[in-house]
Design a protein. Sequence first.
Lengths: 297, 282
Amino acid sequence: MSTQLITTGRPRRTGVPARSREPLLRRLVLRGPVYLLMVGASILALVPFLWMVIASTHKTSDLFVTPLPLLPGGEFWQNLGRLQETIGFGQVMLNSVLVAVLYTIFSSIVSVMCGYGLATYRFRGRGVLLGAILVTMMIPMQVLLVPLFQMMASVGWIDSYQALIVPFLANAFGIFLMRQGFLDFPTTLIEAARIDGASELRTFYRIVLPVARPQIAALIIYTFISQWNSFIWPLLMLNTEDKYTIPVALNTMIGLSRVDYSGLMLGSLLATLPLFILFLVFQKQFVAGLLGGAVKG
Amino acid sequence: MQRPGMWFALPAAALLVIFFAYPLAVSLLQSFFSTRGGVSTFVGLDQYTRMFRDPLVLESLGNALLILVVQVPIMIALAVGLAYLLNQAWLRFRSGFRLITFLPAITTLVAYSVVFRVMMTTDGGLLNQALALFGAAPIDWLNNEWWARVAVIASITWRWTGYNMVIILAGLQAIPPELYEAARIDGAGRWQTFWHVVVPQLRPVLIFTSVTSTIGALQLFDENFILTGGGPNNATLTPVLYLYKIGFQQFDFGYANAIAWMLVVLTAIIAVIQFRIMREKP
């Protein structure tokens, strides 16, 4: 099912057809409020974003005066400088990117391989593995917090990036997403490659991966977002400031005795920006990834 | 073809055993022990019976239940309404409205919570200043027990309505246009069409969004941690927040594990209910 519905500007035939025979006046009376509602909903959705942009370009002391500033101010660079001073924002951003990118690469490889194996081959233990993955999806991750914490402590991984990446490499949701994707994969392509004498690995690498690119893109985006947003686990694992990821660093700023509100807003803005850009560039895959197969189910 | 499948699945299977199955078993085992002071003693089901006597467990469950009963229905209703209107063929700027109402779903959880916390500042915060325009007195959003709950509910609704809207919109677009046509030929009005054609067709999607939102409400952490820290007076304490405090501020691992397993059981119950509802035909 298509998920590009967010942005296609072309009229679609699938919408509820208009009751065009109704008189103009009645149509206006019915439709006017709908437009008002839509504008209202859009304003509600946008205000926090606008305020984030405006607030991050003003001094903290200007954020709570009456009337509030309605346009961006000129304090952006000062706020950025202070953010760099207090929490080393450049480093923090770099940490977040590093962890998210590394996690995305390795976790996606694991998910794609396992999903492909489950969907294409029959092997002993396949049913058990599939069942285990479904169960894993249902079990709240929080149940692992204590035992994983102890495990990380016993191998000396506390305050390291391995601790953020390795325990969650096998992502049940990602595996399931890929398995569903590969179930629809044209088996004739695989057969043809086999007849041509290609090895299984080569078939996977040269035939399957290129064709499955859209699903994999959705998986990559889903995986990246989940690590980028991750909060409770990094909060438990990291205790050196220059290793913090963005959510942990933002949390630290809230706890300071004198809260730098414009710095916080700028930090929040910069934390959202990568996702925003990703969304604008890869809208279709982004939505598919964010909904994680919900739409397809 | 035995071998290749196994090789493809092996990394994931090994990782799941080491980092999921094993800690899961450890967590269950530990929930029967008391680990205070670094010494483990077997206490049987004491950690579980302790939960029933712990007012904070009940409080956190009550807060989760409140969100479940109040926030989830409001959000799903809003999402259905939005999606339905955004699926009308005559509506102009549809894609623009869809894009904008979906935007909150792309924000980082901690970041948007920070923004809401700043907007909900009592003295001069954006929200209170907006209310003042309508002549309303400032509200102590994050320090009053009930307003803090409202604040959490409002924030989550802002973040997740657009997300659910898109899922429901996809469900709406899967409804064959002939059904609308047939309803019109049968003389059904707008409301009748909505209730008797659209809603039944959306059933699976509605169940899906309700259940994921319910499980989400049960596992709430980031928003409450940033917005209120669970306060004031534990009015916004959630089960996971409590688990965090017991486990990593009091280091009472046995009890934390028992609380975690309570969450597992509750989630399983919700999943079973979902399965039952899905299976029976309307």
